[in-house]
Each structure stands twice: as C-alpha cells, then as structure tokens.
Design a protein around this ligand. Structure first.
Ligand SMILES: [Zn+2]
Length: 101
C-alpha cells in the first residue's frame, strides 16, 4: 500500500506518520508529537483526554493549548527551523480570544 502524505497541522511538514495532538484536534507529524510531550500542560491534557475516552466521549476536542503550551511548542518549532510565518499563523489560530473583545 502506498503511504499517504499529508501536511502536519502544526508545522506544515509533509509526513506519512501522524497522530492527533493531546491538546486539540491537530493531526501532527512525529516531530510535533515529540515536542508537545515536553510541554508544561501535556500531562494534564493527556490525562483529561484519557478520562473522556473512559467515558466513551470519543469526540473530545481536547483541553486546548494554553498560552504557555502554545509558546512552548512554537519555541520548539523555531529551534527546529520552522519558518516564522508558519509559527505566527499557528499562534494566531490558537491564541484564546481576547476576553476584552
Ligand atoms: Zn509537525
């Protein structure tokens, strides 16, 4: 069977091995998966997801990326050489809405 390539929802890298983020519904490449495992909120996000699965809620959208976790994964992408335009777009997409608005 021919592997299917898609672009990672986070860093845009083309990949044929992918897995869903523990934080949200992003489909990620292995580099992003490895990076988010070190994010400060990862353990809580993974536990929360596990809890939902136990309750048979398979459509759980995830806890979302806190500004801290978002900063962490974006920092890692930068270190990996992902372009600032990609990182900025990802940040804008995932920053929580401004409560003042
Ligand atoms: Zn990626």
């Amino acid at each position: 069977m021919k592997p299917t390539f898609t672009n990672c929802d986070r860093c845009g890298t083309e990949t044929n091995i992918r897995q869903m983020s523990r934080f949200n519904t992003d489909i990620l490449c292995m580099a992003c998966i490895d990076e988010e495992k070190e994010a400060p909120g990862y353990k809580a996000a993974a536990e929360s997801e596990l809890e939902q699965v136990k309750q048979r809620n398979y459509n759980y959208p995830g806890v979302g990326l806190s500004p801290l976790d978002l900063g962490f994964v974006c920092g890692r992408m930068g270190r990996r050489g992902i372009g600032i335009d990609v990182i900025t777009a990802y940040t804008n997409k995932h920053l929580p809405d401004d409560p003042a608005k």
